[in-house]
Design a binder for this molecule. Structure first.
Ligand code: ZN
Length: 523
């Protein structure tokens, strides 16, 4: 009896000590309004971080902590660091001057995905070895590009792959998947992706599927350039069905006046396929203008095929030039006219900020002739093409399977401001989506689609990628006049548990890592 009461006393004593003993952590984020990345409401929580992981989560003020550093998040929103599933950052992360990836950190992004649109590096270990040796500012994950692999095996020839070439391509995908690739990306609108038939993509997507990867696609047509938007959606769904793979539609949109309003049938097709068991998601950047280079935007694909020499000889061929000019004219019309095409980056400094229409007036040429002149200088002319309707953008944004992305490229403010713009415009001003929805579609949902299962949530055991922003000041600062201005309102950012933005200032820490796809967990 005596022994038993001593035991009870001991249990109570030990338990009460455990309740009151302060929890030792490296970083404490206190007093914030916390979204944990699981599509649930904000909660008043304190978050403790030990090393690179979240090690404690408790109701605000209910537990005591001993912390090496405490971040006071009073009045601020705390969320998992954003995950951008579609960027073009590989060049920056390899560079000596942009490896900090500040344009993403100041959007709240702690993980960027690159290698989209079919352009992902064929050899993942080689790509990882090329990342700046001194470190990178954000985490990075790679897709393996169908286009890159096809180019490696077949060059940019316009023909079907032979069986031997298919086997070689399959092997490249297989190796990339073993090395941690997120899956297969394609750019069936681009060269050389457009030369592949559906069967070729299915063969390669099957390999990615076997390893738990996903299929991320820039559709063969987002407009009426070749097969049309709806047929391109059908092709993507067919690939997903036959390869038994999750389909992720990159930067979903209805591009050009001819397809405005087609967000409705596109959504219908996707919903139908989903109800029949095809797993589908998409990402979207919140802008009415797309961005690409002048060649991809309006020079017909057949003119650009094969090689640079072939391209040059075609545009100098007097027997072909009439047809080429008339097709360019049609492509300009599709994109809304020459006054809707804004040059945002160019080797000719005084063309920047002018529309194709204005430049053609200066050159005393037609817009189509001007485009040919520009295309001859190569690809560095970037063009923002105002070709989306607000209704379509909003309709897509409302879908539960659409997450946030930037598709960041030089010359377009989306590279600096996509996440803050979506928050300012669609959460705060238009109130189209809730703060909760915005955060979930930029964090946990994206992590789940990509198979990055230790990211995107503020839960004990998850990696400590954390964003703390001010809901009153979090907004875009870049626009088409100045596309490369850092966004505002981000107070603290932690990447892998290390403080990289402290009280709005970059700390100089380069602690991003290469992230491999993790095996899908049953939740
Ligand atoms: Zn794309």
């Amino acid at each position: 009896m005596k022994k038993q009461s001593l035991l009870i006393f001991t249990v109570i004593f030990v338990t009460s000590c455990a309740i009151h003993r302060p929890i030792p952590v490296d970083v404490l984020i206190a007093n914030g309004s916390v979204y944990d990345g699981t599509d649930s409401k904000a909660q008043a929580l304190d978050i403790g971080i030990c090393g690179d992981e979240i090690c404690a989560v408790s109701p605000r003020g209910k537990r005591s902590y001993t912390a090496r550093k405490t971040l006071d998040a009073t009045g601020l929103v705390v969320s998992p660091g954003f995950i951008d599933p579609h960027t073009h950052t590989f060049l920056e992360l390899r560079s000596n001057d942009k490896n900090e990836n500040l344009n993403y950190l100041y959007q709240g992004v702690t993980t960027v995905v690159t290698g989209n649109d079919g352009g992902g590096p064929p050899h993942i270990p080689f790509a990882v070895s090329q990342l700046n040796k001194d470190g990178i500012g954000t985490n990075v994950a790679f897709f393996t590009g169908h286009g890159s692999i096809r180019r490696l095996v077949m060059g940019i020839e316009e023909r079907e792959a032979t069986e031997a070439e298919l086997i070689e391509m399959e092997l490249l995908v297989e190796n990339a998947m073993k090395d941690g690739s997120l899956g297969l990306s394609s750019g069936l609108y681009y060269i050389p992706g457009q030369f592949a038939d559906t069967q070729e993509v299915i063969r390669l997507a099957k390999v990615a599927a076997r390893h738990g990867g996903i299929y991320d696609t820039h559709l063969r047509d987002e407009s009426t350039f070749n097969i049309g938007l709806l047929a391109a959606i059908e092709e993507a769904i067919e690939i997903a069905e036959k390869a038994n793979i999750h389909l992720h539609l990159a930067h979903i949109k209805a591009l050009g006046v001819d397809v405005w309003g087609q967000s409705i049938p596109v959504i219908e097709k996707i919903e139908n396929a989903r109800s029949q068991g095809v797993s589908i998601s998409a990402d979207q950047y919140p802008w009415l203008a797309s961005g690409t280079n002048i060649r991809s935007a309006i020079i017909p694909q057949w003119v650009r095929a094969d090689s640079e020499e072939a391209f040059m000889s075609r545009i100098r061929d007097s027997g072909m030039i009439e047809r080429i000019l008339s097709e360019i004219k049609e492509n300009i019309r599709r994109r809304g006219g020459s006054e809707k095409l804004l040059i945002t980056a160019s080797p000719e400094a005084d063309w920047v900020g002018k529309t194709l229409q204005e430049i053609s007036e200066l050159m005393k040429l037609t817009p189509a002739q001007t485009a040919i002149e520009m295309a001859q200088i190569g690809s560095p002319h970037r063009v923002a093409s105002y070709n989306m309707s607000e209704e379509d953008v909003e309709r897509f944004m409302l879908q539960t399977w659409v997450v946030t992305s930037s598709d960041g490229t030089n010359g377009h403010p989306r590279k600096y401001a996509s996440f803050p713009k979506k928050y300012r415009e669609y959460v705060k001003e238009k109130k189209l989506i809730s703060e909760q929805r915005f955060i979930y579609s930029s964090t946990g949902q994206t992590a789940d689609i990509l198979g990055l299962h230790d990211r995107g949530q503020l839960k004990v055991g998850k990696k400590a990628d954390v964003l703390v922003f001010n809901p009153d000041t979090f907004k875009d600062n870049a626009n088409f006049q100045q596309w490369n201005a850092l966004s505002l309102g981000v107070h603290f950012v932690l990447v892998n548990g290390k403080l990289v933005i402290d009280d709005t200032q970059f700390t100089g820490q380069l602690v991003g890592q290469f992230l491999k796809r993790s095996t899908r967990q049953q939740e």
